[in-house]
Write a protein that binds this ligand. Structure first.
Ligand code: FE2
Ligand code: FE2
Length: 321
């Protein structure tokens, strides 16, 4: 709310239009093609890692030999690409829905949101392609558990306010992961790193638009609807945690079965726990703690609502500590 509340509706519209125009300009300038710009005829280098140590928590498994640690990063990197393809299904569908509200209004916003949806379709295509490429270099038995359309149906059944909050969180953490962990790690597969460099470039505009749309939705709803939004956002975080738990269990089973040596019961339990802690960090906690997301959330909620959200997050945050 903050400054937007002090502006007249006309001023607010003008500044949102300018920000949408800037997103279009940047989107046109950096637009990339999957094969020509990202893949460039390359394959994944399995002699190098995919998921950086800063996100994978591999340092919590000191008994892994270098080859096993690399395989651990491949499993997590494969899931990371699949998770983006998953969330982009509902983000794309929601963006198309939002664009309709501008169809006979702000044509700049409409164009920006259509580009946004188009980019998410391209990203899904990229991640599907990567799954096929990565599968060729890894042992059989990997499974990606959640089904994108079932997840999208469940997410989109929640109110706009909550879906926009979750979406902003995801678009912000995708950038934070790149800047803080993927970019600085010099031991990653060049192709894997490039995928997330190019992805990050387009996600930057998405996060700006999510924030505009979330604030606009917040200005439309009344106090009761906003409170329902908080309830729905908490439910969505719980749903993400359910997905993360199922995928972590599946990936740990696959890793233990395929990584090489036989692990003791204690080591197996540690591997299972570390997959879960890493995924909770990657998909929930790192985003919730990003200052840019936290600031918007705080601006749109009351202290009591922030407490409710904090209480829901506490068990997940403490499990990643
Ligand atoms: Fe994306
Ligand atoms: Fe995005």
């Amino acid at each position: 709310m903050e400054s937007a509340v002090l502006e007249s509706p006309a001023t607010r519209t003008a500044s949102a239009t300018e920000r949408y125009a800037k997103c279009i300009e940047t989107s046109k300038r950096i637009r990339w093609d999957i094969d020509r710009d990202v893949i460039r005829g390359r394959e994944f280098d399995f002699a190098r890692k995919f998921m950086p140590d800063g996100l994978s928590k591999v340092r919590d498994l000191p008994f892994l030999r270098p080859q096993q640690a690399r395989f651990y990063s491949h499993v997590q990197g494969r899931t990371y690409a699949n998770m983006f393809a998953l969330v982009e299904r509902f983000i794309g569908a929601k963006t198309i829905e939002l664009s309709k509200s501008h169809a006979l209004g702000d044509q700049v916003a409409l164009e920006a949101l259509i580009r946004f949806a188009d980019e998410e379709l391209k990203h899904q295509r990229l991640f599907r392609k990567l799954e096929g490429m990565v599968a060729k270099g890894m042992p059989d038995g990997y499974a990606f558990v959640p089904e994108p359309n079932a997840v999208a149906d469940a997410v989109l059944s929640k109110c706009n306010w909550a879906v926009l909050g979750l979406t902003l969180d995801i678009e912000i953490f995708s950038q934070a992961h790149y800047r803080a962990s993927i970019e600085p790690d010099t031991n990653l597969s060049e192709l894997w790193k490039d995928v997330f460099l190019f992805h990050w470039k387009e996600e930057s505009q998405h996060a700006i638009m999510d924030e505009i749309e979330w604030r606009a939705e917040d200005a439309r709803v009344d106090a009761r609807q906003r409170d329902q939004g908080v309830t729905d956002l908490i439910a969505l975080v719980g749903a993400v945690d359910g997905i993360v738990q199922a995928q972590a269990a599946s990936d740990a089973r696959y890793f233990i079965a395929s990584a090489g040596p036989t692990y003791s019961a204690v080591e197996q339990a540690l591997i299972e726990q570390t997959f879960l802690r890493a995924y909770r960090w990657q998909y929930i906690v790192s985003g919730a703690q990003e200052p840019r997301f936290a600031e918007v959330l705080k601006a749109l909620t009351t202290p009591v609502q922030m407490e409710r959200i904090g209480a829901a997050l506490t068990p997940i945050v403490s499990a990643t500590a």
